[in-house]
Ligand binder design. Structure first.
Ligand code: XMP
Length: 512
């Protein structure tokens, strides 16, 4: 793999993703990992990420010079670039010339391997207070910026290079080109990490692990479980049984997608449990958001457990498939010593006496890779490209108690919003588009000749990278107008449409 050494900024995951986009497998490791351990992973290259520290600060993470004599290609970014310069006896200094955000980079000479043929002036994303003031011996300086006299250097002979700017962020115009040139031209790594290779590898791994045992998977309707199950099915065929608990809180068409399109595309054996009456019964009269979440979580486990026991009664089930992704692994510590940011529970709290071993074929993958694999496996496009959708479903998008009638209103409005967003070609630029029914609020309106007293619908389109922070999407006014007109015309109970223009923080993405 290419190892991305995490110096504690939020950039390591992004770098790892960009490396994968260059069709090279990458993994994130903590900066505390000793060089011997790094080398033991037989890295094809090592990338030192940016970080919040200043190289000359007490306790700032250092780079062991031994890293540069092992013959492994190394690429330093931002803090990693400075730490690399210092470790190789160049110089970095606190000059007071801070640069944050878009900066003009000036290519020096022919630009070396990394920048050759690219525009002499180009915009890059910077975020630094210190800078490299002298490149180490043997390095060619290939670019500078107003605040960083040495903004890129390389020693192609030793396969070492670095940049002060952040090539991994979209604001750096030629960032991906620079990264690819390091990987393919400086480090000489072949671009072999492709969907087909990933599928082949995972299928072989699952087969080896599972043998002839039986496997169970809970499908949620989301991308991750759908792709995980399809991969496992490709590996072990009918040894896999999927259970789909229809809790009655999905959006229009979603249950059908799982029950028909997905099964048609994969040939998977699917046990559908229609538990909507049970969920709605348990939710009756409940208005508190956390209560709703607890009830849905609890009922899900009960229903799934029942289905699992029925299957177990036929024949022992050894494995349970989970759609855990690489960011979950990294953020939960991942066994690499990275800080435990949050613990993830995909099928949390299964009872003790249902003991399964976990099969997690997506553990090494990022979301975009999972989508590509899903497409390569022939899953329906709407399923593969689906926006994130919360486990408790529409129950937390009805502000007030949940019942069939209210669900029907919300489903109708939500479908219109989704249809229009798709028709406008904006599915990819909007990260998530909750539609919320203010079921306990009524407002006066006028329709035809009569006064109406209906409910407001809230549109909550947001842009985000990871749901931790988000901004409200600036949808074209024409699109909002179309959605509003259609909803108020076509959904009788709704006489008002409002747009939520709150970022996160302070708002959350969902209303509950
Ligand atoms: P918030 O509303 O916290 O949402 O900004 C962040 C992301 O998490 C999703 N979300 C949930 N997903 N169970 C889930 O599986 C939940 O209870 C839940 N609550 C929020 C939300 O849709 C958004 O993508």
């Amino acid at each position: 793999p290419v190892l991305v050494v995490d110096f504690g900024a939020q950039y390591a995951q992004l770098i790892a993703r960009r490396v994968r986009e260059a069709h090279v497998y990458s993994e994130i490791v903590p900066h505390s990992m000793p060089v011997a351990e790094l080398l033991a992973k037989r890295p094809a290259a090592i990338i030192l990420s940016g970080g919040p520290s200043s190289v000359y600060e007490d306790g700032a993470p250092q780079v062991d010079p031994a890293l540069f004599t092992a013959g492994v290609p190394v690429f330093g970014i931002c803090y990693g670039f400075q730490a690399m310069a210092v470790a190789l006896a160049g110089e970095a200094a606190h000059t007071g010339n801070r640069e944050f955000g878009g900066t003009q980079l000036r290519v020096a000479g022919d630009g070396g391997v990394l920048l050759r043929g690219l525009p002499a002036e180009q915009s890059v994303w910077m975020s630094h207070g210190d800078c490299v003031t002298a490149a180490p011996a043997g390095f060619a300086v290939t670019a500078g910026s107003p605040g960083a006299p040495v903004a890129a250097f390389e020693d192609v002979e030793r396969r070492l290079a670095g940049v002060q700017f952040h090539p991994e962020v979209a604001h750096t115009a030629h960032g991906q080109t620079v990264l690819k040139r390091f990987l393919h031209e400086v480090a000489g790594i072949e671009p072999t990490w492709t969907s087909n290779n990933i599928i082949e590898e995972q299928v072989a791994a699952v087969r080896a692990r599972v043998g002839s045992k039986r496997v169970l998977c809970a499908l949620s309707g989301g991308v991750d479980s759908a792709v995980a199950a399809a991969l496992v099915h490709k590996a072990v065929g009918d040894q896999l049984t999927c259970v789909f608990v229809d809790h009655g809180l999905l959006r229009a068409g979603e249950a059908e997608q799982v029950e028909k399109d997905y099964v048609a595309a994969t040939g998977i054996t699917l046990k559908v449990v229609d538990a909507s009456a049970r969920f709605l019964g348990a939710l009756a009269g409940v208005t508190d958001p956390e209560q709703k979440r607890k009830i849905v979580g609890r009922e899900f486990i009960r229903v799934f457990e029942q289905a699992a026991r029925e299957l177990e009664a036929e024949e022992h089930v050894e494995y349970l498939v989970q759609g855990t992704l690489y960011p979950d692994v990294v953020e939960s510590g991942g066994g690499t010593g990275t800080a435990n940011i949050k613990s993830h529970h995909n099928v949390g709290g299964l009872p003790e006496d249902l003991k399964f071993q976990l099969v997690e074929p997506l553990r090494t993958l990022f979301k975009d890779e999972v989508r590509q694999i899903g497409a390569a496996l022939g899953l329906p496009e709407e399923m593969v490209m689906r926006h994130p959708f919360p486990g408790p479903g529409l129950s937390i998008r009805i502000i007030g108690a949940v019942d069939e009638e209210r669900l029907a209103i919300l489903r109708a409005a939500d479908l219109i919003a989704r249809e229009e967003l798709t028709a406008a070609g904006l599915d990819r630029s909007v990260w998530q588009f909750p539609v919320v029914l203010l079921a306990d609020v009524r407002s006066v309106g006028v329709q035809g000749d009569g006064r109406t007293y209906g409910h407001p619908i809230v549109l909550r389109p947001v842009s985000s990278d990871d749901a931790m922070t988000a901004d409200w999407s600036r949808l074209p006014h024409e699109l909002i107008a179309r959605i509003s007109t259609r909803i108020t015309n076509e959904v009788r109970e709704v006489n008002r449409v409002v747009v939520d223009v709150t970022s996160k923080p302070p708002g959350t993405i969902e209303w509950e």
